[in-house]
Design a protein around this ligand. Structure first.
Ligand code: NAP
Ligand code: G4F
Length: 328
């Protein structure tokens, strides 16, 4: 039985990856940090199947111990401060969790189990002010946020460990991917949640930032399969994972509100609080390398994804209403 260690297992991608690997018969170890409020929401249904390890990205001792205890064949390094907007008010924490922590994790693997295959969660945010369109593995990076800068460090240190120590270390340059498990602060989930709540009378407006931004949005469940495929190849390498299609935030609003029979224009308020100091105007990925070499393919379209998220948020909002209706 193969063993995998996942950091960030309680997050969106970690939860889908854990499910996928459990279905493949892996023994899955999940690194979980001590937080003031334990977060199991995304993994509640598989909580008893994951072998839990306590650790923090910034605590090398805990990572060394996690690698020793799990003795992994594959390590998926997904944990990070992943919200771009938070990286301006918290640039140092972002550098520690999204950049330096990658070296902590690589060191833990190098010291304890150098033969383990390593996946690093790189990001299309590294392309930032894009130097060419569409973006592919060879497109130069031009990050536009402290988060993007931190991810560039994580990307290159992973390449460096591959070249310095001959480690099987890969980076997946993943474009935006979403799901009903996406955090409420990210634009897709913010919009699908608002569409559902406005429809049910739980909310009456939606405050937004730049509606012209263009993103290449895919489904997280499809993207975690690419992570696994990268670690099954004969040679380690980096791959862009994307849909090859882009949409504006306005189109996202149209699909989400349209699905519940509403016109988004009746509810939107533009609020400077959600406009970023430096914006990534456009992201569009060319994933032909992943399609050709990994045989990876997309299964969920943009419209299906957004409608799936709205349906899930409608269900959650209805549950909230039915709980509120129970006499106390
Ligand atoms: P997410 O939902 O925000 O999950 C982040 C995970 O990191 C959570 O499990 C969180 O734990 C954990 N974490 C944060 N700080 C930690 C620390 N100090 N020690 C241990 N664990 C810590 O992110 P995601 O969307 O699944 O993304 C996964 C990875 O892919 C991230 O590295 C992200 O930057 C990258 N990425 C994401 C996308 C995307 O579109 N989703 C695209 C490209 C790259 P808690 O539950 O305790 O908070
Ligand atoms: O959903 P977002 O916050 O995602 P962003 O910044 O593209 O980052 C996500 O994708 C990256 C991959 O490219 C990941 F590495 C990263 O971890 C994260 O998962 O914002 C998307 C766009 C931005 O252009 C933003 O300015 O939506 C625009 N936007 C407009 N109004 C808004 C809002 N974003 C948020 N979060 N909230 C708004 O009200």
């Amino acid at each position: 039985m193969k063993r995998a260690l996942i950091t960030g297992v309680t997050g969106q991608d970690g939860s889908y990856l854990a499910e996928f690997l459990l279905e493949k018969g892996y023994e899955v170890y999940g690194l979980r940090r001590r937080t003031s409020t334990p977060n199991f929401e995304n993994v509640e249904h598989i909580k008893n199947k994951i072998k839990w390890l306590s650790g923090d990205l910034n605590d090398l001792a805990s990572l060394l111990e996690a690698v020793r205890l799990s003795d992994p064949d594959e390590v998926y390094n997904l944990a990070a401060q992943s919200f771009v907007a938070a990286s301006w008010p918290q640039p140092i924490a972002t550098a520690q969790m999204t950049a330096l922590a990658v070296t902590n994790m690589l060191e833990a693997v190098r010291i304890i189990k150098p033969s383990a295959r390593f996946y690093q969660a790189s990001s299309s945010e590294m392309f930032g002010k894009v130097m060419e369109t569409p973006q592919k593995e060879t497109t130069p990076f031009y990050p536009r946020s402290p988060y993007g800068v931190a991810k560039v460090y994580g990307h290159w240190i992973t390449t460096n460990y591959r070249e310095s120590y001959n480690m099987f270390a890969c980076s997946g340059i993943l474009f935006n991917h979403e799901s009903p498990r996406r955090g409420l602060e990210f634009v897709t989930r913010k919009v699908t949640d608002a569409a559902a709540r406005i429809k049910l009378g739980l909310q009456n407006e939606l405050r937004m930032g730049n509606l012209d931004a263009l993103r290449d949005w895919g489904f997280a469940g499809d993207y975690v399969k690419a992570m696994w495929l990268m670690l099954q190849q004969n040679e380690p390498d980096d791959y862009v994972i994307s849909t090859g299609e882009m949409h504006t935030v306005t189109e996202l609003l149209e699909v989400a509100f349209g699905h519940v029979g509403l016109d988004y224009r009746d509810y939107i308020v533009i609020d400077p609080e959600f406009v970023r100091p430096a914006e990534v105007d456009l992201l569009l990925g060319d994933c032909s390398k992943a399609k050709e070499r990994l045989g990876w393919k997309l299964e969920v379209s943009f419209k299906q994804l957004i409608e799936m998220m709205v349906d899930s948020d409608l269900e959650k909002a209805r549950q909230q209403l039915s709980i509120a209706a129970i006499p106390q």
